[in-house]
Design a protein around this ligand. Structure first.
Ligand SMILES: C[S@@+](CC[C@H](N)C(=O)[O-])C[C@H]1O[C@@H](n2cnc3c(N)ncnc32)[C@H](O)[C@@H]1O
Length: 213
Protein backbone atom coordinates (compact mmCIF):
# COMPACT_ATOMS: atom_id res chain seq x y z
CA UNK A 1 0.00 0.00 0.00
CA UNK A 2 1.35 3.46 -0.91
CA UNK A 3 1.78 5.54 2.22
CA UNK A 4 0.05 8.87 2.54
CA UNK A 5 3.08 11.16 2.60
CA UNK A 6 2.73 14.90 2.17
CA UNK A 7 3.85 15.78 -1.37
CA UNK A 8 6.22 18.43 -0.01
CA UNK A 9 7.97 15.82 2.12
CA UNK A 10 8.91 13.55 -0.79
CA UNK A 11 12.25 15.34 -1.27
CA UNK A 12 13.07 15.07 2.44
CA UNK A 13 12.12 11.41 2.35
CA UNK A 14 14.49 10.87 -0.61
CA UNK A 15 17.25 12.74 1.23
CA UNK A 16 16.89 10.49 4.27
CA UNK A 17 16.90 7.34 2.18
CA UNK A 18 20.53 8.29 1.44
CA UNK A 19 21.44 9.96 4.75
CA UNK A 20 20.22 6.88 6.66
CA UNK A 21 23.20 4.86 5.44
CA UNK A 22 25.73 7.04 7.23
CA UNK A 23 23.50 8.94 9.67
CA UNK A 24 24.87 7.37 12.85
CA UNK A 25 28.49 7.80 11.77
CA UNK A 26 28.00 11.39 10.66
CA UNK A 27 26.05 12.26 13.78
CA UNK A 28 28.51 10.62 16.15
CA UNK A 29 30.35 13.78 17.31
CA UNK A 30 27.00 15.34 18.31
CA UNK A 31 25.56 12.08 19.60
CA UNK A 32 28.30 11.98 22.27
CA UNK A 33 26.58 15.08 23.69
CA UNK A 34 22.99 14.03 22.93
CA UNK A 35 23.29 10.68 24.68
CA UNK A 36 23.79 12.53 27.96
CA UNK A 37 20.51 14.38 27.41
CA UNK A 38 18.33 11.60 26.02
CA UNK A 39 17.77 9.67 29.31
CA UNK A 40 16.77 12.92 31.08
CA UNK A 41 14.40 13.88 28.29
CA UNK A 42 12.30 10.71 28.54
CA UNK A 43 12.72 9.94 32.25
CA UNK A 44 9.29 11.19 33.39
CA UNK A 45 7.33 9.70 30.47
CA UNK A 46 4.79 6.98 31.25
CA UNK A 47 1.92 5.33 29.40
CA UNK A 48 1.31 5.73 25.69
CA UNK A 49 4.07 7.76 24.06
CA UNK A 50 4.35 8.76 20.40
CA UNK A 51 7.84 9.66 19.22
CA UNK A 52 7.67 11.59 15.94
CA UNK A 53 10.73 11.40 13.67
CA UNK A 54 12.13 8.46 15.63
CA UNK A 55 15.09 8.33 13.22
CA UNK A 56 17.56 5.53 13.92
CA UNK A 57 15.99 4.96 17.33
CA UNK A 58 18.52 6.75 19.53
CA UNK A 59 15.98 7.44 22.30
CA UNK A 60 14.48 3.95 22.43
CA UNK A 61 16.67 2.33 25.06
CA UNK A 62 16.04 5.12 27.56
CA UNK A 63 12.25 4.82 27.90
CA UNK A 64 10.85 3.37 31.11
CA UNK A 65 9.54 -0.25 30.85
CA UNK A 66 6.11 1.17 31.70
CA UNK A 67 6.03 3.12 28.43
CA UNK A 68 4.22 1.81 25.39
CA UNK A 69 6.11 3.48 22.56
CA UNK A 70 4.85 4.23 19.06
CA UNK A 71 7.63 5.56 16.84
CA UNK A 72 6.92 7.10 13.44
CA UNK A 73 9.23 8.30 10.69
CA UNK A 74 9.03 9.54 7.14
CA UNK A 75 11.96 7.39 6.09
CA UNK A 76 11.77 3.62 5.79
CA UNK A 77 15.58 3.48 5.72
CA UNK A 78 15.78 5.29 9.09
CA UNK A 79 13.02 3.04 10.50
CA UNK A 80 15.01 -0.07 9.55
CA UNK A 81 17.86 1.19 11.73
CA UNK A 82 15.41 2.00 14.53
CA UNK A 83 13.98 -1.51 14.26
CA UNK A 84 17.40 -2.97 15.10
CA UNK A 85 17.81 -0.57 18.02
CA UNK A 86 14.36 -1.41 19.37
CA UNK A 87 15.83 -4.74 20.56
CA UNK A 88 17.74 -2.80 23.25
CA UNK A 89 14.58 -1.07 24.51
CA UNK A 90 13.03 -2.18 27.78
CA UNK A 91 9.59 -0.91 26.77
CA UNK A 92 7.18 -2.17 24.15
CA UNK A 93 8.01 -0.52 20.80
CA UNK A 94 5.91 -0.32 17.62
CA UNK A 95 7.34 1.47 14.60
CA UNK A 96 5.34 2.88 11.68
CA UNK A 97 6.14 4.53 8.39
CA UNK A 98 4.11 7.71 8.84
CA UNK A 99 4.41 11.38 7.99
CA UNK A 100 3.93 13.48 11.14
CA UNK A 101 1.85 15.94 9.11
CA UNK A 102 -0.60 13.18 8.15
CA UNK A 103 -0.46 10.29 10.68
CA UNK A 104 -3.25 8.43 8.96
CA UNK A 105 -2.94 5.20 10.99
CA UNK A 106 -2.51 6.93 14.35
CA UNK A 107 -5.65 7.03 16.56
CA UNK A 108 -7.15 10.24 17.99
CA UNK A 109 -7.22 11.20 21.73
CA UNK A 110 -4.90 8.31 22.45
CA UNK A 111 -1.44 9.36 23.66
CA UNK A 112 -0.19 10.57 27.04
CA UNK A 113 2.90 12.08 25.43
CA UNK A 114 4.14 13.34 22.08
CA UNK A 115 7.91 13.60 21.92
CA UNK A 116 10.47 14.49 19.28
CA UNK A 117 14.16 15.24 19.12
CA UNK A 118 15.45 17.24 16.15
CA UNK A 119 12.30 16.80 14.07
CA UNK A 120 11.07 20.40 14.29
CA UNK A 121 14.33 21.86 12.96
CA UNK A 122 13.96 19.50 9.98
CA UNK A 123 10.28 20.16 9.33
CA UNK A 124 9.64 23.12 6.98
CA UNK A 125 7.76 26.04 8.54
CA UNK A 126 4.81 25.74 6.16
CA UNK A 127 4.26 22.10 7.25
CA UNK A 128 4.63 22.65 10.98
CA UNK A 129 0.99 23.76 11.55
CA UNK A 130 -0.15 20.46 9.97
CA UNK A 131 2.03 18.43 12.33
CA UNK A 132 0.81 20.48 15.29
CA UNK A 133 -2.81 19.76 14.25
CA UNK A 134 -1.94 16.06 14.29
CA UNK A 135 -0.32 16.36 17.74
CA UNK A 136 -3.53 18.04 18.98
CA UNK A 137 -5.61 15.25 17.47
CA UNK A 138 -3.66 12.27 18.81
CA UNK A 139 -2.97 13.57 22.33
CA UNK A 140 -5.43 12.81 25.09
CA UNK A 141 -6.87 15.94 26.71
CA UNK A 142 -4.26 16.87 29.33
CA UNK A 143 -1.58 14.90 27.44
CA UNK A 144 1.96 16.28 27.35
CA UNK A 145 4.37 17.22 24.60
CA UNK A 146 8.12 17.78 24.65
CA UNK A 147 9.88 18.89 21.47
CA UNK A 148 13.63 19.40 21.15
CA UNK A 149 15.18 21.41 18.34
CA UNK A 150 18.22 23.52 17.45
CA UNK A 151 17.87 27.25 16.83
CA UNK A 152 20.23 30.13 16.10
CA UNK A 153 22.12 31.47 19.11
CA UNK A 154 21.87 35.16 19.96
CA UNK A 155 25.60 35.12 20.67
CA UNK A 156 27.19 36.54 17.47
CA UNK A 157 30.24 34.26 17.74
CA UNK A 158 28.15 31.09 18.09
CA UNK A 159 25.74 32.25 15.39
CA UNK A 160 28.61 32.80 12.98
CA UNK A 161 29.75 29.20 13.53
CA UNK A 162 26.19 27.97 13.00
CA UNK A 163 25.89 30.01 9.79
CA UNK A 164 29.09 28.42 8.54
CA UNK A 165 27.76 24.89 9.19
CA UNK A 166 24.17 25.65 8.06
CA UNK A 167 24.49 24.78 4.33
CA UNK A 168 26.01 21.38 5.14
CA UNK A 169 23.43 20.64 7.86
CA UNK A 170 20.57 21.56 5.53
CA UNK A 171 22.00 19.53 2.65
CA UNK A 172 22.56 16.36 4.68
CA UNK A 173 19.79 16.47 7.32
CA UNK A 174 17.31 18.98 5.92
CA UNK A 175 17.70 20.77 9.26
CA UNK A 176 17.71 24.55 9.71
CA UNK A 177 18.32 26.78 12.70
CA UNK A 178 15.63 29.31 11.75
CA UNK A 179 12.39 27.33 12.12
CA UNK A 180 9.60 29.06 14.06
CA UNK A 181 8.28 26.13 16.10
CA UNK A 182 7.41 28.14 19.22
CA UNK A 183 5.39 30.64 17.14
CA UNK A 184 3.48 27.82 15.41
CA UNK A 185 2.61 26.18 18.73
CA UNK A 186 1.52 29.55 20.15
CA UNK A 187 -0.94 29.78 17.24
CA UNK A 188 -2.46 26.40 18.17
CA UNK A 189 -5.83 26.51 19.92
CA UNK A 190 -5.14 23.35 21.95
CA UNK A 191 -1.40 23.02 22.60
CA UNK A 192 -0.26 25.22 25.46
CA UNK A 193 3.44 25.80 26.10
CA UNK A 194 4.22 25.47 29.82
CA UNK A 195 7.97 25.79 29.73
CA UNK A 196 10.89 26.37 27.36
CA UNK A 197 14.53 25.89 28.30
CA UNK A 198 17.90 25.19 26.73
CA UNK A 199 19.98 22.04 27.08
CA UNK A 200 23.14 23.84 26.00
CA UNK A 201 23.91 27.50 25.28
CA UNK A 202 20.88 29.16 23.69
CA UNK A 203 20.86 26.64 20.84
CA UNK A 204 19.34 23.33 21.99
CA UNK A 205 15.79 24.32 22.80
CA UNK A 206 13.22 22.19 24.66
CA UNK A 207 9.55 23.16 24.27
CA UNK A 208 7.17 21.53 26.76
CA UNK A 209 3.47 21.79 27.27
CA UNK A 210 0.07 20.18 27.46
CA UNK A 211 -2.93 19.61 25.25
CA UNK A 212 -5.99 21.50 26.51
CA UNK A 213 -8.91 19.42 27.76
C1 LIG B 1 17.55 14.89 12.42
S1 LIG B 1 16.73 13.35 12.38
C2 LIG B 1 16.49 13.07 14.13
C3 LIG B 1 16.32 11.61 14.45
C4 LIG B 1 16.09 11.27 15.92
N1 LIG B 1 14.89 11.87 16.43
C5 LIG B 1 17.27 11.63 16.78
O1 LIG B 1 17.12 12.34 17.76
O2 LIG B 1 18.37 11.12 16.49
C6 LIG B 1 15.10 13.80 11.84
C7 LIG B 1 14.20 12.61 11.58
O3 LIG B 1 12.88 13.10 11.36
C8 LIG B 1 12.31 12.41 10.27
N2 LIG B 1 11.25 13.26 9.71
C9 LIG B 1 11.38 14.44 9.05
N3 LIG B 1 10.18 14.92 8.71
C10 LIG B 1 9.27 14.03 9.15
C11 LIG B 1 7.86 13.94 9.09
N4 LIG B 1 7.12 14.89 8.49
N5 LIG B 1 7.25 12.89 9.65
C12 LIG B 1 7.96 11.92 10.26
N6 LIG B 1 9.30 11.93 10.34
C13 LIG B 1 9.95 12.97 9.80
C14 LIG B 1 13.47 12.14 9.33
O4 LIG B 1 13.19 11.08 8.43
C15 LIG B 1 14.58 11.80 10.34
O5 LIG B 1 14.60 10.43 10.66
Amino acid sequence: MRKNINKENRLLQAKYSITAWFYDILDYPWERQYRKWRPRLVKDMRGLVLEAGVGTGRNLKYYSPSVNLTGIDLSVAMLKKAMKRSKDASCNVSLYHEDATVMESIPSNHFDWVFSTFLCCVMPDNLQPMAIKQFERILKPGGHFRLVEMIYSKNPKLKKRQEFAAPFIEKVYGARFDRNTVKHIQESSKLKICKTYFLKEDIYLVIEGICAK
